[in-house]
Design a protein around this ligand. Sequence first.
Ligand SMILES: [Zn+2]
Length: 74
Amino acid sequence: MPIYEYLCLDCGKEFEVVRPMKEADLPIPCQQCQGEHITRKLSVFNACSGGRVVAGASSGCAGCSASSCAGCKH
Ligand SMILES: [Zn+2]
């Protein structure tokens, strides 16, 4: 199963969860504060190797102007 990275918007905790792909976008509480304001970071499978991934954004990475990391040429 793939590993997904999540970022808690409440306390800033980053954590990884192994879960089925179909559950990747299901809500999950923060492992540190149990907060529910969680955003999923891009997985290693489609993360840019160049610029930093913008936390919580689905609008691509900071290193390029592509609308998604699939179009990132870095
Ligand atoms: Zn938290």
